[in-house]
Design a protein around this ligand. Structure first.
Ligand SMILES: Nc1ncnc2c1ncn2[C@@H]1O[C@H](COP(=O)(O)OP(=O)(O)OP(=O)(O)O)[C@@H](O)[C@H]1O
Ligand SMILES: [Mg+2]
Length: 621
């Protein structure tokens, strides 16, 4: 999914963009110029690669010379020849090993860098794109595909190169020994590749399907692990197991179909090449019998042909792996080519910020929901409560303020500036959002509040005190040092929200968006959260989204949203005293039917990924 953006240009194209203005910590982090967006041989360049290639070439020449020496030795054995043969064979082996090890080192390092670049590229996709991507899919790209591309360079590309290096001297030696070899070798090699080639296209197609099946499988597993609590309590595990087993059966089926083609490639190449070997052997023996070829030449010719056949056979058999690597390469190129979040832009003015929504229109790419002509002004330092039924667009509106989804130009202004012109990192520093779901990371409570950044000592304690949470912290096993996340203390949904509040407070955000902050809480925690929210909102500009109308009490203003439109707005006291929508909601709340009221499903346009499945990436064949 991507949100519909009408003419939203990159900030670079926006009026008022200051070229070259990047605020401190850009998304790419200090010391790195952002991910490198190309994948090519250049990543493998450097002196070590040159050493590896030279060693491999010399090793190949040594191997070819060895066949000549072995031929001489068969005719006229001598100690000197044995030493020379040993030198050729051992020398070639040592050189080839050195080359291979050096090359593996080069590739390993490049693979690590590629992973880092991919992860950065994946994580710097716009939030709207990222949220639609299964974690399993990203992992598959960053981990599996990188591994496959690494193997491609480490093994297949190296072997192919080694084959080229080896074949040329072998061919020369073969041709000099017995002239028909000048023609036979290239023809034999070419015919083999020509016979195998037609299968490669089909193989590539099947491999892509297999890879897609693996990705689907990973995505289903990830979904199951992430939702394990809900699945278990609602007895949904059977569904998950069935789905995973269906998907793995699919993987097996596709893998088997890949193997069928691979086996056929192996058979075709094997028959041809070993036919060539047998032919050369038989002809050679006949020639020696008629005195047209010496024994030395025969031995050399046979050794050369054997090695040649072995090399070409290896290439033919590894072509499928080569294809898999190339398929992975295509997918990685696609990921690296994704548009990153815009960087740079204007700075927000100092002090409190006003929030202006002007004739805001917005719709998601899928579903029929739309925000239409929303006008809303929240003065600097004031709070506006946003109420309305489920699906009326409150969270959508909130996500436009922090640019989790991109608004149209000129429709969301913060401190008088279009949020699209503001540097995204600075916007995120200024606008704090608390949603119903707070992610707790493995670490202490303090780490979770600072999110592992270095803050002035005492800052976390001060924030807890300011939020009135000292007694809550003291009640935890180790206070601020209590370990949270896997293996540590588990917080309730309400407590997690307290952590989210503290996160915003230590960052000293200037605009606070609280989306459903008090849902799913016991009355005691709720009272605590409301108090903390109150303190968080004090002196800040706030957007308070809630179903509990009691929590709107602290808001100066109220706006009622219905099907994507603001149907009523104004000072809270005024609306509460009137007889409009807000008054009706208040009355309904007194009857405790606010969240359980009749629900119109036609408003819920949340259909995701409806279109046809994305086209599988094409691989070269
Ligand atoms: N990513 C999305 N893609 C398509 N449609 C979406 C997406 N997110 C939300 N919607 C749809 O937009 C509409 C408004 O959703 P939104 O979450 O803004 O409502 P809400 O007022 O916050 O509801 P609630 O009170 O239940 O939190 C819904 O119909 C929803 O299905
Ligand atoms: Mg919502």
């Amino acid at each position: 999914m991507t949100a519909t953006r009408v003419d939203v240009d990159h900030p670079e194209n926006q009026p008022g963009h200051q070229p070259g203005h990047h605020t401190g910590a850009t998304a790419t982090g200090p010391g790195r110029g952002g991910p490198s967006r190309e994948i090519g041989w250049r990543r493998l360049g450097g002196p070590v690669s040159v050493v590896a290639l030279v060693a491999a070439a010399l090793g190949a020449v040594g191997q070819a010379l060895g066949t000549v020496v072995a031929g001489r030795l068969a005719e006229d054995p001598s100690g000197a020849l044995i030493e020379l043969l040993a030198l050729c064979v051992v020398g070639a082996a040592v050189l080839q090993s050195v080359g291979r090890v050096a090359w593996a080192g080069v590739v390993d390092r490049a693979e690590g860098r590629l992973r880092a670049d991919l992860l950065e590229a994946a994580l710097h996709q716009p939030l709207a794109v990222l949220s639609e991507q299964a974690v399993g899919e990203v992992l598959d790209r960053v981990d599996d595909d990188t591994h496959e591309v690494g193997a491609l360079a480490r093994r297949q590309a190296w072997d192919a190169l080694g084959t080229v290096f080896a074949i040329v001297p072998l061919w020369v030696v073969g041709g000099l020994t017995w002239w028909p070899a000048w023609v036979l070798f290239p023809v034999g090699g070419a015919v083999t590749l020509a016979v195998v080639r037609p299968l490669l296209g089909e193989l590539a197609r099947r491999k892509v399907l297999e890879e897609i099946a693996w990705t689907d499988h990973a995505a289903a597993m990830e979904e199951g692990v992430a939702g394990r609590d809900d699945l278990r309590t609602s007895l949904g595990q059977a569904h998950l197991l069935r789905r995973c087993s269906e998907l793995s059966a699919q993987v097996h089926r596709l893998f088997a179909s890949v193997l069928v083609i691979e086996a056929s490639i192996g058979r075709r190449a094997g028959v041809l090449l070993h036919g060539l070997l047998a032919g050369v052997g038989a002809v050679g023996v006949a020639l020696v019998a008629h005195g047209d070829l010496g024994v030395a030449e025969l031995v050399t010719l046979f050794l050369v042909t054997t090695t040649f056949v072995g090399q070409v056979d290896q290439v033919a058999r590894h072509l499928p792996d080569l294809q898999a690597g190339v398929g992975a390469l295509v997918r990685l190129r696609q990921l690296l080519a994704t548009e990153p979040e815009p960087q740079g832009g204007r700075s927000l003015p100092d002090g409190s910020l006003s929030l202006d929504l002007r004739n805001l229109h917005f719709s998601y790419e899928t579903g029929s929901f739309a925000l239409a002509g929303v006008d809303l002004q929240v003065a600097a330092g004031q709070t506006c409560a946003l109420v309305g039924r489920t699906g009326s667009g409150k969270s959508t509106l909130a996500s436009l303020v922090s640019r989790a989804v991109e608004p149209e130009p000129g429709s969301v202004l913060l401190g008088g500036l279009d949020v699209l012109e503001v540097d995204l990192q600075e916007l995120r520093r200024a606008v704090g959002v608390v949603t119903q779901r707070t992610e707790i990371l493995a670490g202490t409570l303090a780490d979770n509040v600072t999110l592992f950044t270095d803050l002035a000592p005492g800052r976390v304690e001060a924030a807890m005190t300011e939020l009135g949470l000292t007694d809550w912290v003291e009640g935890l096993p180790d206070g601020l040092d209590t370990l949270l996340g896997p293996g540590g203390t588990t917080l309730s949904a309400g407590e997690e929200q307290l952590v989210a509040f503290a996160r915003l407070l230590v960052r000293d955000v200037r605009v606070v968006v609280l989306d459903e902050a008090t849902a799913r809480m016991d009355p005691l925690t709720e009272a605590r959260v409301v108090r903390a929210a109150d303190r968080l909102l004090t002196g800040r500009t706030g957007l308070l989204i809630t179903h509990r109308l009691t929590t709107t009490a602290r808001a100066e203003q109220v706006a009622v949203l219905e099907r994507g439109r603001v149907v009523e707005q104004g000072p809270r006291a005024l609306l509460a005293a009137g007889d409009g929508q807000f008054r009706q909601l208040l009355d309904a709340a007194d009857d405790h039917v606010v969240t359980t009221g009749t629900h119109d499903d036609t408003q819920l346009g949340g259909v995701r990924r409806t279109g046809p499945a994305p086209e599988p990436p094409r691989t070269g064949s």
